[in-house]
Design a binder for this molecule. Structure first.
Ligand SMILES: *[C@@H]1O[C@H](CO)[C@@H](O)[C@H](O)[C@H]1NC(C)=O
Ligand SMILES: *[C@@H]1O[C@H](CO)[C@@H](O)[C@H](O)[C@H]1NC(C)=O
Ligand SMILES: *[C@@H]1O[C@H](CO)[C@@H](O)[C@H](O)[C@H]1NC(C)=O
Length: 503
């Protein structure tokens, strides 16, 4: 396997699948960075409901149980206003766009408005707006009579991110109180500077808040209470789910094998070496959106998709990795294959102090042969196929749900994660991975956990398998669709009750 001839033989026998196309691309493009970008663009069928985390749910459920309704079917003909604080290629707006397409898929009337638009013409905004118009989403100006009218007549208003709170007073003015009972506020932020009264003073009065991890929800509850003296509305935690397309690769052992060999070869990692990966994707883009990126390929270098930063703990991971090598050296009895580490999401051209520190550390400790840096990339699946263990070293207490963790588990990888934030809601200590503390005190425990997994194949395999089972049980896209559907149902109910009492 891995030779072009056997691969093409395999390709011809599997014409119906989409993956061979991707693999073909993998084999035909020489640098890994390009491979990932290309495969990301081309592996999605652009039209219709085939793509997207939410939308594919419809297909899946209807395929399994004939006539079983889409969990969001009750949204048909409902008028939904989506208020985005901006329109850009970052996580918040893109998630909201997915929701827009999902709602369109069940026949809801969807209106989109962007609160902060760049003054000058902006290609990203243009492309994204056209994409929405193509799918029947109406796009209106944020500060207009139309926006006000739509808000007043809508069945549901989704306010996306804390910053979008600015829109309420600016546009609704005296009508704010009429609209609040039908607002679902989707919050993605977890940093201190969002806890400002001017942004979130209406938060206690909306129908509900939706947040992607219990840790972040807790954090918001604490902070709004302690800093602003306000109370959160009813808060729904909606964990994200793995896209169907990711699961397809994860469950295709042949595709995984090809990707694994390809990536390992590019890094100079032998097939029986052990590879630890720290992959930070700020945003794992779902397939529905690749068609968008395809249209703006030339803007790729502007995207900040993944990256290294102190909060993600790559520095502490490298220290732990070094320490684990020392432990193994000292304990000569330990039988262990050669260990490598890959840091995905690096960008030397950014020239940040942090990037420089990481490289310097690797040089000082003479780890150049075993520590590999990989540029920012849009698509992480090939790296998940290539590594043996995922390290999730996020340091923030209120860290959101890390989608990379459930993606790794889908690939049957054990996870070494920080006992902090959303990771604790995903990884079961000693069952699907091992947890260590955040901060400097976590370095030695992480080093010992690295040694543990490096020296115990069976533990790796078992944990990987358990992680996969957990994903199938809790973190699939249909789980997410159902969770979102039940939130929307409650918000509609809340709005109805409220409008009755005020009339
Ligand atoms: C919230 O506050 C409680 C009690 O003060 C504390 O135990 C908990 O760790 C805090 N949670 C977060 C995420 O800050
Ligand atoms: C990674 O990025 C650096 C700096 O932007 C660039 O010089 C290098 O060629 C890139 N590597 C790959 C494999 O694309
Ligand atoms: C995880 O398990 C290890 C080993 O049993 C234990 O030492 C550690 O305290 C546990 N961590 C958490 C957060 O439960």
């Amino acid at each position: 396997m891995g030779k072009p001839s056997s691969t093409s033989l395999w390709l011809t026998t599997q014409k119906k699948k989409r993956w061979p196309l991707m693999i073909l691309l993998v084999l035909s493009v020489s640098t890994v960075g390009m491979i990932l970008v290309r495969s990301a663009f081309d592996s999605c069928s652009v039209n219709g409901n085939r793509c997207g985390r939410f939308v594919a749910e419809k297909e899946e459920t209807s395929g399994i149980k004939i006539g079983s309704p889409n969990p969001l079917g009750f949204m048909k003909s409902k008028l939904v206003l989506l208020v985005s604080h901006e329109l850009s290629l970052s996580g918040g707006p893109l998630l909201l766009m997915e929701l827009a397409f999902l709602l369109r898929g069940v026949g809801a009337e969807v209106v989109w408005t962007t609160n902060q638009k760049p003054v000058e013409a902006d290609e990203v905004v243009n492309v994204l707006e056209h994409k929405m118009l193509d799918r029947g989403v109406k796009v209106i100006s944020a500060k207009s009579q139309k926006a006000l009218d739509t808000a007043l007549s809508a069945d549901l208003v989704v306010l996306n991110t804390a910053v979008a709170g600015k829109w309420l007073d600016a546009v609704l003015k005296d009508n704010v109180r009429k609209v609040l009972p039908k607002i679902l506020w989707w919050i993605h932020e977890m940093r201190g500077h969002y806890f400002k009264a001017e942004l979130v003073k209406h938060l206690p009065f909306v129908a509900g808040a939706m947040i992607d991890s219990h840790a972040t929800a807790e954090y918001w509850k604490n902070r709004t209470h302690d800093r602003l003296g306000i109370k959160m509305p009813k808060t729904y935690v909606v964990h994200l789910g793995n896209s169907k397309e990711l699961m397809e690769v994860a469950e295709d052992s042949l595709a995984k094998k090809v990707l694994r060999e390809q990536v390992r070869e590019s890094l100079g990692v032998q097939s029986d070496d052990i590879l630890f990966g720290i992959i930070n994707s700020k945003l794992s883009i779902t397939f529905i959106l690749y068609s968008i990126f395809k249209m703006i390929k030339n803007l790729l270098n502007l995207l900040f998709i993944t990256g290294v930063s102190r909060g993600k703990g790559q520095d502490l991971f490298l220290r732990a990795f070094h320490e684990s090598l020392e432990i193994i050296k000292e304990t000569k009895k330990l039988e262990v294959s050669k260990m490598h580490a890959v840091v995905v999401g690096s960008d030397m051209s950014a020239q940040t102090k942090f990037e420089t520190e990481l490289r310097r550390f690797v040089q000082e400790k003479k780890l150049q042969k075993v520590v590999h840096f990989v540029n920012k990339t849009m698509k992480v699946a090939p790296y998940l196929a290539a590594i043996d263990v995922l390290v999730q070293n996020s340091q923030a207490r209120g860290e959101c749900f890390g989608r990379i963790t459930i993606e790794a588990m889908a690939f049957k990888l054990p996870v070494l994660g920080t006992a902090a934030g959303g990771t604790m809601e995903i990884v079961v200590n000693r069952t699907t991975g091992l947890l260590h503390n955040a901060g400097k005190e976590g370095v030695s425990p992480l080093a010992r956990n690295i040694v543990k997994l490096a020296t115990n194949v069976e533990m790796r395999t078992t944990m990987g398998k358990k992680g996969y089972e957990r994903v199938k049980e809790m973190f699939m896209e249909h789980h997410m669709s159902h969770r979102i559907a039940s939130v929307l149902r409650e918000v509609l109910q809340h709005a109805k009750v409220h409008s009755r009492t005020t009339k």
